[in-house]
Design a protein around this ligand. Structure first.
Ligand SMILES: [Zn+2]
Length: 435
């Protein structure tokens, strides 16, 4: 058994998620065996003892990402989403081979880990290569290769072939502790009716998560209305897709009726505030979604969408937007934001064993050094550690990261791959794709 002793412990259990001063986490076989105040810890005789300077918290979960798009980071800067996709992203993505995706996932995965993110929900081409890249670097991921019916991307095969490949990928990775595989229809507007109906059948039959973009841009609504005379949520409910477990990214342009539909079908939503603001897509009605009882996470979206894979920044953006919108400085508590990248993010992917450091959960942990100038001073009587992390925390404070009990970041550096070599290889690949 390994025993981690820290100055501050955030288990993120329960809505209050009260910090524990002087905490202990016992880890055995990749899982948390016990956590709580050091004064109440069970006998630790024989345990390997590790002192963590600062704070220990659950690894963060990025509920919507396209990590291998680090290969395309910065391309098409300033274009609106539809031109950015058609003119820059899709022509380059049409050239992708599996090894490109694997190197992108390795380097992007190293970045995620270094930023305190231990799990990502991925929507990207060549799902096998995404899973390989993630496991190369030692992170956990939910792989959902996109199904998209777009002429420029025809080399990824017909939608039937893409769906067969996704189910085969799930079967290949079934016994891997770090990889889950779901289905990734790109969006209601970019996938045909027949394909979406088949995805609903497969998802229910094979018990696979469906991960889809939903109501990101205002024009999407008109596209679905033209096809079906319905809003995207109405349409997806009508064809049975919402009978499956669904994680929808964005949820910006949703009406009250749409929110009712998401709530009654228990569809989870990944809120991506930085991507939505950078692309001027709009602002998701977070309060209305939360108040309707919808499971919600805060996520980054892909690194080509807004450069950063930083959930500290996303938390701040989510709070700032919401407070400004309501003109209320007490709106959107910091604890809620931190829960939306840990415990509540885990709930959006049906993994209650993630995002919390309580007995029985997987030992995905992040150590934050609290001694940096940005996190000082600390006057104990008035200290609120969660507010400190949410407002002043950054990847620079991440000193150690563990996934399934294995340390993958030491002294702030990813220890599982040769990051310099991998980055050089990624740059070469990015140049080739840009040609
Ligand atoms: Zn996205």
């Amino acid at each position: 058994m390994d025993r981690y002793v820290c100055d501050l412990l955030l288990t993120m259990a329960g809505p209050e998620s009260t910090p524990i001063r002087g905490g202990v986490v016992d880890v055995e076989d990749g899982a948390v065996a016990w956590s709580g105040p050091a004064s109440e810890a069970p006998d630790g005789a024989g345990a390997a003892l590790h002192h963590v300077d600062g704070l220990l918290m659950p690894g963060m979960i990025d509920a919507h990402c396209h990590t291998p798009m680090v290969l395309l980071r910065g391309a098409g800067e300033g274009l609106p989403v539809d031109r950015w996709l058609h003119e820059v992203m899709w022509p380059r993505e049409a050239r992708l081979v599996p090894d490109d995706v694997r190197i992108g996932m390795q380097v992007g995965g190293a970045e995620l880990l270094g930023n305190g993110i231990t799990t990502s929900v991925e929507m990207y081409f060549h799902g096998d290569a995404v899973a390989q890249g993630a496991t190369d670097v030692g992170m956990r991921c939910v792989v959902t290769a996109p199904v998209i019916e777009e002429d420029q991307l025809s080399r990824f095969g017909t939608w039937e072939e893409q769906l067969d490949e996704m189910v085969a990928t799930r079967d290949r990775w079934r016994d891997d502790d770090l990889v889950d595989v779901g289905l990734g229809p790109h969006a209601a507007y970019s996938v045909s009716d027949a394909c979406l109906r088949r995805i609903a059948e497969i998802a229910l039959d094979q018990d696979m998560l469906v991960h889809i973009h939903l109501a990101e841009e205002e024009w999407e609504d008109a596209a679905i209305r033209e096809r079906a005379g319905l809003s995207a949520p109405e349409y997806l409910e009508s064809i049975g897709l919402f009978d499956a477990d669904v994680l929808a990214a964005h949820g910006v342009w949703v009406s009250e009726t749409d929110i009712d539909i998401l709530a009654r079908n228990d569809v989870a939503v990944a809120h991506c505030p930085c991507s939505n603001t950078k692309h001027a897509s709009g602002m998701a009605p977070v309060d209305e979604l939360v108040n309707a009882g919808i499971r919600m996470a805060i996520a980054t979206d892909g690194p080509a969408s807004h450069h950063r894979l930083d959930l500290f920044e996303e938390m701040r953006m989510a709070i700032r937007l919401s407070r400004l919108h309501h003109r209320d400085a007490q709106h959107f508590p910091t604890t809620k934001a931190l829960r939306m990248v840990t415990a509540e993010a885990a709930d959006t992917i049906g993994r209650p064993d993630l995002g919390r450091l309580t007995a029985g959960c997987r030992a995905d942990m992040v150590a934050l050094s609290m001694s940096g100038p940005a996190l000082q001073p600390v006057i104990e009587a008035e200290d609120d550690p969660i507010a400190r992390i949410v407002w002043s925390g950054s990847p620079a404070a991440v000193s150690g990261v563990w996934v399934d009990g294995r340390q993958v970041v030491e002294d702030g550096q990813v220890s599982t791959i040769d990051i310099i070599g991998a980055t050089e290889q990624m740059t070469e690949t990015a140049r080739r794709l840009a040609r």
